[in-house]
Design a protein around this ligand. Structure first.
Ligand SMILES: Cc1ncc(COP(=O)(O)O)c(C=O)c1O
Length: 270
């Protein structure tokens, strides 16, 4: 394998060869330049021309993400981060008391707390047990899980299986295609955190029967902090309720009642 030093695109290459880590990656220089142009525009004109600049960027973002995820731009929304998208799914999902969610024992906090909060509504959270990577290391350390362990937790009350594609500590990659097929068979919504994989591994949510998928933009996607991507399958937002999935930014996902007064004009005659 040959590493090409492109200092124009990746200024970090001037002092190091960057391979990867599971934190914040060096920002792709053209992205840094564009972000700074947008901020300059806002500092000069406020909201004046801002939308003329911003709207095509947002559309371009959705088109690029749709290409990467092999889906349509209508299924993509821009979010601030993975946690925001997964919290929207958890808070909007129409859980009934007694419903069940399955996740992995050692999940990243963004994939754990949104579901824990649902326990207050009488939902039960079931954790797939950890299998140590090797018999000679501490069994408390993050390893992996088997399909058998996952399947053993499924009951007729299972509504959601929520998992990271790649675990943030062990690097274990779940077989999304197989789990998606299992979810299709059992009528379960499959929710995926792709923060540790998107940009480095193929992720095809539509083909793999994933209902909702979120990722940070600043790991393998080499984007800025504060930008994340949120995919929802065409059927998911309407089935899952307000906020659970937005087909577009500013679209709550379902038809909401109109506000009692037209707040747009602050009560003034138009
Ligand atoms: C599995 C996983 N999900 C999500 C994130 C980032 O979460 P957020 O985008 O909410 O900051 C990380 C960051 O380390 C992660 O490892």
């Amino acid at each position: 394998m040959t590493f090409v030093k492109s200092e124009t695109r990746f200024p970090s290459k001037a002092h190091s060869i960057y391979l990867a880590h599971c934190g914040i990656s060096p920002l792709y220089a053209p992205a840094a330049k564009r972000a700074s142009e947008l901020l300059t525009e806002q500092s000069l004109h406020g909201g004046g021309h801002f939308m003329d600049f911003y709207t095509p960027e947002l559309d371009g973002f959705k088109e690029q993400m749709a290409l990467l995820l092999q889906t349509s731009a209508d299924n993509i929304a821009a979010v601030r981060n993975t946690s925001e998208a997964l919290s929207m799914v958890a808070n909007g999902y129409p859980f009934q008391p007694g419903d069940e969610i399955i996740t992995f024992t050692h999940e990243y906090p963004a994939d754990y707390y949104p579901w824990v909060i649902q326990e207050l509504k009488g939902v039960s959270l079931k954790l797939i047990p950890n299998r140590p990577a090797r018999s000679d290391i501490d069994p408390g350390l993050v390893g992996w899980f088997s399909m058998d362990d996952l399947e053993a937790l499924i009951t007729p009350r299972t509504r959601i299986i929520a998992l990271s594609h790649v675990q943030f500590t062990s690097g274990f990659a779940a077989d999304l295609q197989a789990i998606g097929a299992l979810c299709r068979e059992r009528g379960i919504d499959f929710i995926v955190d792709a923060a540790q994989s998107l940009g480095s591994m193929p992720v095809y949510p539509e083909e793999w029967n994933i209902s909702a998928l979120a990722s940070a933009g600043w790991k393998w996607l080499l984007g800025p902090i504060g930008v994340g991507v949120f995919y929802t399958s065409p059927a998911f937002p309407r089935q899952a309720g307000p906020g659970a999935g937005r087909r577009r930014n500013h679209d709550p996902g379902i038809r909401l009642p109109r506000p009692p007064v037209d707040a747009t004009h602050h009560g003034q005659a138009v």
